[in-house]
Design a protein around this ligand. Structure first.
Ligand code: URA
Length: 243
C-alpha cells in the first residue's frame, strides 16, 4: 500500500510545509506496517535485544579473569593449587560473595563446591528456584589461606580490587554477603554479623544484604530459618515469586 505525497494545499508556505511533513509521516507509518517483523518486533527493539553490553561484560570479565590467573600480589600464590576467580552469569541479578576458597574449592578452582557450597546451591536451586548459573558466586579472596586460617589484612587489600571490578562489571540488583567476613569487608565495618544480617545496606549504589555463611548453618541448623527470611527479602527485591 503506497501513498503519494499530497498536492500542496495552496495555502501559505508554512501550511504547505506542514502538509508535506504530515504526508511524509503517513508514508513512513504505512511503510512500517508493510514490514514483516521477526517475532513481531520492530527493528529498533530487536537491536536492543542484541545486548551488546552483556557481550562487553563477558569480554571484560574474561580479561579480568586472565589477569587474576597470573596474580602474585600476596604470598597465597605460593600455596594455592588453583585460583578461584568466581563463576556465573555476568548479567546476574544477584551475586553471592563468600570469604575465601576452602580445600575443595582450591582443588577444583571453583567457588562453593564443598559441603557449604552444596548448601548454598540448595538455597539457590530449591529455595530461590534459580539455576546456579543464573547467579554469580565469588569470594573476597581468590586463593585459599592455608589451613583455612582467616585472611590477613594484607591479603584482603591486595585481592579486594579484583572483587570490586567484578561487582562493578555485573552491577547486580542485590549482593548477598555470606557471613561476617564478607559483610564486614564489603561494608568496611566491624559490626557483628548478628546485627548486620537481614538489613539491606548500600554498597556503591547496589543493595547489599548480609546473611549467615552456609558453613555456619552446617554447624547451627536452626539459623536456617533466619537465612530463609533473608533469602525471601532478596527474592522480593529482584522480583522472584515466593512459592
Ligand atoms: N567458603 C567460602 O567462603 N567460599 C567458598 O568458596 C567455599 C567455602
Amino acid at each position: 500500500m503506497t501513498q503519494s505525497l499530497r498536492e500542496p494545499s495552496g495555502g501559505s508556505p508554512r501550511d504547505e510545509l506542514l502538509d508535506l511533513i504530515k504526508s511524509v509521516k503517513e508514508q513512513v507509518i504505512s511503510a512500517q506496517d508493510m514490514y514483516v517483523y521477526v517475532d513481531g518486533e520492530r527493528p529498533a527493539a530487536r537491536k536492543e535485544h542484541h545486548n551488546t553490553p552483556d557481550a562487553d561484560k563477558e569480554t571484560s570479565m574474561g580479561d579480568l579473569c586472565r589477569e587474576v590467573l597470573n596474580c602474585r600480589r600476596c604470598g597465597l600464590h605460593k600455596t594455592r593449587k588453583n585460583i578461584v576467580f568466581g563463576e556465573g552469569a555476568v548479567q546476574a541479578k544477584i551475586v553471592f560473595v563468600g570469604e575465601a576458597p576452602g580445600a575443595d574449592e582450591d582443588v577444583q578452582g571453583r567457588p562453593f563446591v564443598g559441603r557449604a557450597g552444596q548448601l548454598l546451591t540448595d538455597i539457590i536451586v530449591k529455595g530461590m528456584r534459580l539455576r546456579r548459573e543464573d547467579v554469580y558466586i565469588c569470594n573476597i579472596l581468590k586463593c585459599r589461606p592455608p589451613g583455612n586460617r582467616n585472611p590477613s589484612t594484607e591479603e584482603i587489600s591486595q585481592c579486594e580490587p579484583f572483587l570490586k571490578q567484578q561487582l562493578q562489571l555485573i552491577r547486580p540488583q542485590v549482593i548477598c554477603a555470606l557471613g561476617k567476613f564478607a559483610a564486614q569487608v564489603l561494608l568496611k565495618t566491624e559490626t557483628p554479623i548478628t546485627a548486620l544480617r537481614g538489613r539491606f545496606q548500600d554498597y556503591e549504589g547496589i543493595r547489599l544484604l548480609p546473611t549467615y555463611h552456609p558453613a555456619y548453618l552446617l554447624r547451627n541448623p536452626p539459623a536456617k530459618k533466619q537465612v530463609w527470611e533473608d533469602v525471601q527479602m532478596m527474592m522480593n527485591e529482584i522480583g522472584l515469586p515466593i512459592l
